[in-house]
Design a protein around this ligand. Structure first.
Ligand code: TRP
Ligand code: ZN
Length: 467
C-alpha cells in the first residue's frame, strides 16, 4: 500500500541510490535502456534505520507455509506483489535467519544474497519505476526467537506443540521476508500446513481448510492493509470458535485447551467491547474480530495482532482486552509512520482503558490520570521521543501519552474531543500518521491553539506542577 512515510524518506533514499551509482555498482538497465539503481537498504527509521526497504511499495503478501512442530522447522514460499517507486536494479527484503533456497522476479530466476537481516534480490532485468512486479522467495529453517533490548521475546516463539509468531516491533522478519516497516502496509493471504490434529490460526478470515495425507492446510485472508508487525500465526492444539457480533461481524477465537476454562467468560464479552469501541471511535476498520489466548509461559505480553489479538492467559483481563481491541483503530488502522510515533498507538489504547473504566465501572478518568501523573517513571522522557529502542514501550509512551489525550479532552470538552477522536480514526484510517499530523489535526479540527498543552504534556522534559 502507498506508505505516506515514503514521501519523507524518498529524497534521502534517492540521494543514497545516486551515491551507490556514482560508486560504480549501479548497473545498466535491460531493453528499456533505463538505468536502475538499487533500492535503499532501510527507511531510516529513527530506531531501526535498516528496517524496511526503499524503492518499492508492497501491495500484497501471499505466504504459503509449512510448519513441522517436532523439528521446529518452517518451510515457506513468499510471493510478494509490489510496485517499484524508482527504476530498480536490485532491492532489499528484511529476513532474519532462515535459508533462502531461491528467488524469482516476474517468473525469472533472480540472484539472492544475504547479509545480516537483509536479503538482496537482483533481477535479471531492471524494474521500471511505477511497474508492478512479483517476487517469489523460497526459504526454510528454524525461525528465530528475537530477544529485544528490554528482554522481551518476539519473532517466532516455539511452544509445547507448535509455535506463535509475534512481531512488534521487528519480529515478523523471523518468519517471512518482506518490507518490515510499519509505513508499508499490504494485504495478506497466509496459508499454513500443519500436522493433522493441530490448528494454524492467523489474521483475518479463514477462507479454506483441507486435510490430506495426514496434514491440514488452513488458508487465511486479511483484506485490509496490515503493517507486518501485526501479522500473527499460532500453531498448536486450539479450540476454535466462530460466531458473530450483534452487528454481524465474524468473531473467531482460538484458545489453548489448557486455558479454555479461565478465558471463556471474557471471550464472551468481545462483542460488547467491539460495540463500545465503535460507539467511541467510529466504525470498526476490519472484516472480522476475535482473540488468541495461550498459556502464560508462551508469551510475556498481549499484542494487538490485526483483527485477532494475542493474549497470555494471565493478562487476559477486561482492561487488556479493551486495550488490544482499541489498537485495532489506533495502531492497526491508523498506523505509526515510524517507530517514533508509537505513542500514537499506546496513548489511545491506554486512554481507552481509562474511558472503559469510567463508562462501564464508574471510575472517573481522573483516578488513573492522577496515578499516572504521580509515578515519576512516566516522566522519564517525552512520549514522542523515547531515548532508545529499549524505551519504545516504556511508561511515558503509554501513561504519559494517555495523559496528553486527557489534557486535550479537558481543553476542548467532551463533545469536541470524541468527534476529534473519531475524525482522526476516519481521516488516517488504513494509513499512517506522524506526531505532527496529530498535533495539526487536533488544532485544525478544534480551532484552538494548544501550543502550551503540547509544550508541557507532549514535548516537555520536566514534570509540570500537579494540575
Ligand atoms: N504493543 C503491545 C501492547 O501494548 C505490547 C508490546 C509489544 C510490548 N511488543 C512489546 C511490550 C515489547 C514490551 C516489549 O499491547
Ligand atoms: Zn498497546
Amino acid at each position: 500500500m502507498d506508505p505516506r512515510a515514503f514521501s519523507r524518506t524518498a529524497a534521502p533514499a534517492a540521494a543514497l541510490a545516486l551515491l551507490v551509482l556514482v560508486g560504480g555498482t549501479g548497473c545498466t538497465g535491460g531493453d528499456t535502456g533505463v538505468r536502475g539503481t538499487p533500492g535503499a537498504v532501510g527507511l531510516r527509521d529513527p530506531y531501526f534505520p535498516k528496517l524496511g526497504n526503499g524503492g518499492y511499495d508492497v501491495r500484497h503478501y501471499d505466504l504459503t507455509l509449512d510448519y513441522d512442530p517436532a523439528g521446529d522447522r518452517l518451510k515457506g514460499t513468499a510471493e510478494i506483489t509490489a510496485r517499484a517507486t524508482q527504476d530498480l536494479s536490485a532491492f532489499h527484503l528484511d529476513l532474519r535467519g532462515m535459508t533462502v533456497e531461491g528467488a524469482t522476479v516476474d517468473g525469472v530466476k533472480a540472484a539472492a544474497n544475504r547479509a545480516g537481516g537483509e536479503l538482496t534480490v537482483r533481477p535479471r532485468d531492471d524494474i521500471d519505476k511505477g511497474a508492478e512486479f512479483r517476487t517469489v522467495i523460497r526459504y526454510s529453517g528454524t525461525p528465530e526467537t528475537i530477544i529485544g533490548p528490554d528482554k522481551s521475546e518476539e519473532g517466532w516463539l516455539p511452544t509445547e506443540d507448535g509455535g506463535l509468531a509475534v512481531g512488534e516491533p521487528t519480529g515478523s522478519s523471523a518468519w517471512f521476508p518482506g518490507n518490515h516497516h510499519p509505513s508499508d502496509k499490504a494485504t495478506y493471504d497466509i496459508e499454513v500446513t500443519v500436522p493433522k490434529g493441530l490448528k494454524a490460526v492467523s489474521n483475518g478470515e479463514l477462507t479454506g481448510e483441507r486435510t490430506s495425507g495426514g496434514r491440514t492446510t488452513f488458508a487465511w485472508h486479511e483484506a485490509q492493509p496490515m503493517a507486518s508487525y501485526l501479522a500473527t500465526l499460532a500453531v498448536g492444539d486450539f479450540r476454535v470458535t466462530s460466531s458473530r457480533t450483534p452487528a454481524g461481524l465474524p468473531v473467531l477465537t482460538a484458545v489453548d485447551p489448557a486455558v479454555a476454562k479461565d478465558s471463556a467468560a471474557l471471550l464472551g464479552r468481545i462483542p460488547e467491547v467491539m460495540e463500545w469501541g465503535a460507539k467511541n471511535f467510529g466504525p470498526y476498520p476490519f472484516s472480522s474480530t476475535g482473540a488468541i489466548v495461550v498459556p502464560t509461559d508462551e508469551v510475556g505480553y498481549a499484542l494487538e495482532t490485526q483483527s485477532r489479538p494475542v493474549f497470555p492467559v494471565d493478562q487476559f483481563d477486561e482492561e487488556t482486552l479493551v486495550h488490544e481491541i482499541a489498537h485495532q483503530w489506533f495502531g492497526n488502522s491508523v498506523s505509526p509512520a515510524s517507530w517514533q510515533d508509537v505513542w500514537l498507538n499506546e496513548s489511545f489504547a491506554t486512554y481507552a482503558e481509562w474511558l472503559w473504566m469510567e463508562d462501564v465501572h464508574g471510575t472517573p478518568v481522573r483516578k488513573p490520570f492522577d496515578a499516572a501523573f504521580a509515578d515519576d517513571a512516566n516522566w522519564a522522557f517525552p512520549p514522542a521521543d523515547p531515548p532508545g529502542e529499549e524505551d519504545l514501550f516504556g511508561g511515558p509512551v503509554y501513561q504519559r501519552g494517555a495523559m496528553v489525550l486527557h489534557k486535550v479532552r479537558q481543553a476542548v470538552g467532551d463533545e469536541t474531543f470524541f468527534s476529534v477522536v473519531r475524525g482522526w480514526a476516519a481521516k488516517y484510517g488504513h494509513s499512517n500518521a506522524t506526531t505532527d499530523d496529530f498535533v495539526t489535526y487536533v488544532e485544525v479540527e478544534t480551532g484552538q491553539d494548544l501550543t502550551e498543552l503540547w509544550d508541557v504534556w507532549l514535548y516537555g522534559d520536566k514534570k509540570p506542577a500537579r494540575p
